[in-house]
Design a protein around this ligand. Structure first.
Ligand code: GTP
Ligand code: IMP
Ligand code: MG
Length: 410
């Protein structure tokens, strides 16, 4: 049995926290590999554990768990400068991420040691990609991390891939004669720091008794094929992409679809249930701390769109749901969910119908059992399950990995 954790909305659903929680509390066995399969350092996972907050963008969340092996697959757009920065950040915070198969003794200030391998097939993000992203993608509101331009070069079959970072200067110049000086200089600077993490002979061979957890970035509404194109990112968020890019086809994949108890979006594009102003928008934004991890931008907020959630769940092949940030709704008098979208014939206009629930108006923060939840909160959760037709096995009640209600798998 293998697992995939994917976002069912516009990203920032709390996937990082759910991954950490699954590895450390929710699954009754050890996860052998944590694999990032899409996106790049446009993602921002915030994980709060043992009272400490970690912010990761590119490196799989599994590195925060002792002794896990982590893998950045070729589905990921890889920024080598950012990679080095993130390794340093982790090291400064007591987490030593070692190249796969290295066995030195940990330093005394290290509290977590984990392992990481980078696929030599990852497309590399260059300074030129970042520049182009900043110049050309304003209307989409990208993170300006060079993600789109890097994937564009990959599909145009002219990308620098991680394996090329290891070439000698001469070989690199021969292969990429038109490469800009800024890119070439970056390649020279990062080569020796990246080399230990890339093993040209590494095969992602998973043995019968080993377990893999695929960690997704962004969400189904930002998926390049199924999202709100062109207001999307440039890779699929769908767990099917994990098989494509690792060459590993799990026979039994449990997909955990993560959704907030409301909705948010960063950047431009349609967001039908958006609340642009008013006290509810303010509460969701301030209690939910809805500011982007990567860019610090204010996230747009709105009600949960159950029609959207049902459709995303279906496309992602969702087995079970994780509902996050239920605690953010604690003070609301009324909570709405969108239950019907009707398109007007012959026009691009839509009508939206909402169901209104009375708020529970009591704190659910850090609750850990279903029995503790107020009856009105249970009603809200059960309505979502019934509407989407998929059980909610995990309910998150606070940022910390321990603030979670685990229900019998449903
Ligand atoms: P992307 O990969 O960028 O899409 O991000 P993500 O899905 O990993 O989510 P991200 O960490 O960006 O955003 C979730 C935010 O909500 C983080 O700041 C978490 O600490 C926080 N969070 C997660 N679960 C809960 C919860 O149940 N309640 C509250 N109040 N905060 C939560
Ligand atoms: P890009 O991925 O930087 O090209 O940005 C494309 C769109 O996806 C923009 O609207 C971004 O705000 C959004 N986006 C990309 N990554 C994330 C993420 O991790 N969380 C939320 N939105 C994201
Ligand atoms: Mg995020």
């Amino acid at each position: 049995m293998d697992y995939a954790v994917v976002g069912l909305q516009w990203g920032d659903e709390g996937k990082g926290k759910i991954v950490d929680c699954l590895i450390n509390h929710a699954l009754p066995f050890k996860v052998d590999y944590v694999v990032r399969f899409n996106g790049g350092n446009n993602a921002g996972h915030t994980i709060v554990k043992n009272g400490k907050t970690y912010k990761l963008s590119l490196i799989p969340s599994g590195v925060l768990t002792e002794n896990t092996t982590n893998y950045i697959s070729r589905g990921v757009a890889f920024d080598p400068l950012h990679f080095i920065k993130e390794l340093t950040y982790l090291r400064e915070n007591g987490v030593e991420v070692r190249p796969y198969l290295s066995f030195d003794n940990p330093a005394s200030d290290v509290h977590t040691t984990s392992y990481l391998h980078v696929d030599m097939g990852c497309p590399v993000i260059t300074p030129v990609h970042r520049y182009v992203d900043e110049m050309e993608n304003k209307s989409i509101g990208t993170t300006c991390r060079g993600i789109g331009p890097a994937y564009s070069d990959y599909y145009a079959r002219r990308a620098i891939r991680v394996e090329d970072l290891l070439l000698t200067d001469e070989a690199f110049e021969d292969k990429f004669p038109d490469c800009s000086e800024a890119t070439f200089s970056m390649v020279r600077d990062v080569r020796d720091k990246i080399r230990p993490y890339v093993d040209p002979y590494f095969n992602f061979n998973v043995y019968e008794d080993e377990r893999v957890l695929f960690e997704g970035a962004q969400g189904m509404m930002l998926d390049v094929f199924h999202g709100t194109y062109p207001y999307v990112t440039s890779s699929p968020a769908n767990p099917a992409f994990a098989s494509v890019v690792t060459g590993y086809h799990p026979k039994n994949l449990t997909t955990i679809g993560v959704t907030k108890a409301y909705a948010t979006r960063v950047g431009s594009g349609p967001f039908y249930t958006e609340l642009t102003e008013g006290p509810v928008a303010e509460t969701l934004g301030s209690v939910g701390q809805e500011f982007g991890t990567v860019t610090g931008r204010k996230r747009r907020v709105g009600w949960l769109d159950l029609c959207q959630l049902r459709q995303s769940s279906k496309i992602a092949g969702t087995t079970t749901l994780a509902l996050t940030k239920l605690d953010v709704l604690d003070t609301l008098r009324e909570i709405k969910v969108c239950t019907q979208v009707t398109k007007h014939l012959g026009s691009d206009e839509y009508d939206f119908n909402y169901m209104t629930f009375p708020g529970w108006r009591t704190s659910t923060k850090n609750m850990t059992s279903w029995e503790q939840l107020p009856p009105l909160a249970k009603e809200y959760v059960e309505f979502i399950e019934r509407f989407v037709g998929i059980g909610i096995s995990i309910i998150s009640t606070g940022p910390s990995s321990e603030s979670v209600i685990l229900r019998p798998w449903r």
